[in-house]
Design a protein around this ligand. Sequence first.
Ligand code: ZN
Length: 97
Amino acid sequence: MLSKHCPACDAPLVKYKGEIWCPICEKRVVIVKDDAEAYAVSLPYRLLEVEQIIVDKIVELARKAQSESDPESLKIIGENLDVWLSAFERIRKVRGK
Ligand SMILES: [Zn+2]
């Protein structure tokens, strides 16, 4: 058990396999010294969240296309898919994937 506490549930944190964990939240906790380090540590996770949102939008549009038969509506869906697929490619590049 460490002297630090979980920022979410206030349980005492534990060290497990070289990492700090909250046994209650069952999540890894990263202790940072300032806002700049917090930003740097959280950035990959925040970008991953953006990528997941983009993928959700792509799936949503593809499902919409599946049930659509009007050519004009399909064209608009296709154009939107193109935009979101470009965003997906760019976020993957930004994330180094
Ligand atoms: Zn916790």
